[in-house]
Design a protein. Structure first.
Length: 276
């Protein structure tokens, strides 16, 4: 799903770890690196220096004597945006935060950040629309288009976090609100003229064709004005999804709408007339 603005879901954030969780993470990383056959010396040195900060350097033994007084906050990359260079912007080394203190970083995890991260995780249905006539139509014949209401409905994704004494969750929901049809050629008309079919009162988009409607103008559809010859026109169907969220202790609100589209081939034939 592509946001309709230049907004993007967060690529990284900071979240807490208990003393025991953080110590286990560092010691495991250290042991695995040191004991890996063929591991480069610089990697061993780096992981050793990192460990020393929290074990015998700036901090002592991971602050075990203060285990009930705070937690370690660590940088986390959004697993759905690992290839985004912004995922490395949370570059602060793990730091100690006393209970009830503000972590002091703008990317500190909140229910809203979880909701924004869940934006990437929403699984949307494929955007293929149902056409009548299906796949092959005729020049100057109105082709009806609609979405299967059973498939195109609200979908949600939930993100949760229960670490370091912090237990929060957020749910992000996408609701289809409109369908945009782009015929794949300028020699075509769309219904409506804008090509944007909006949500009906019953939450459907478009109207299925039924017998007896051949002479009617479809509320959502296309009329091709020329043949596609030996090929096909590439009809692009794009759905706009309205995005909302709610989370622990927060009623939530709106996130930027998103679009998701695919193309499908439509063959358009000339009407064959028979002269007697």
């Amino acid at each position: 799903m592509q946001p309709v603005t230049d907004w993007t879901p967060p690529a990284c954030w900071y979240e807490p770890r208990s003393v025991a969780e953080f110590k286990d993470y560092v010691e495991t990383m250290y042991t695995d690196t040191i004991n890996t056959p063929g591991q480069a010396n610089y990697a061993k040195a780096a992981v050793g220096q990192f460990r020393d900060i929290y074990k015998d350097g700036k901090y002592k033994n991971y602050n075990e004597d203060k285990a009930d007084e705070g937690s370690w906050w660590v940088a986390v990359q959004n697993p759905d945006r690992m290839d985004d260079p912004a995922s490395w912007e949370c570059s602060d080394l793990p730091f100690w935060v006393a209970n009830n203190d503000d972590p002091g970083v703008p990317q500190a995890v909140t229910p809203k950040i979880l909701a924004e991260a869940a934006y990437d995780a929403i699984q949307l249905p494929g955007t293929k629309v149902t056409l009548a006539p299906a796949n092959v139509t005729k020049v100057n014949l109105s082709t009806w288009a609609w979405l299967d209401k059973a498939r195109f409905k609200e979908v949600s994704a939930t993100a949760s976090l229960n670490v370091g004494g912090l237990n929060i969750r957020a749910t992000t929901t996408a609701k289809p609100v409109s369908l945009k049809l782009e015929p794949g050629t300028s020699d075509a008309e769309t219904y409506p003229a804008s090509g944007v079919c909006t949500l009906n009162a019953d939450k459907s988009i478009g109207e299925p064709y039924a017998k007896g409607k051949a002479d009617q103008t479809p509320p959502c559809g296309i009329k091709y004005l020329r043949s596609s010859g030996n090929g096909s026109f590439h009809l692009k169907a794009t759905i706009t999804w309205q995005i909302t969220w709610s989370g622990t202790g927060d009623p939530g609100g709106n996130l930027p709408s998103g679009t998701f589209g695919t193309t499908q081939d439509v063959k358009v034939q000339e009407v064959q007339a028979v002269n007697r």
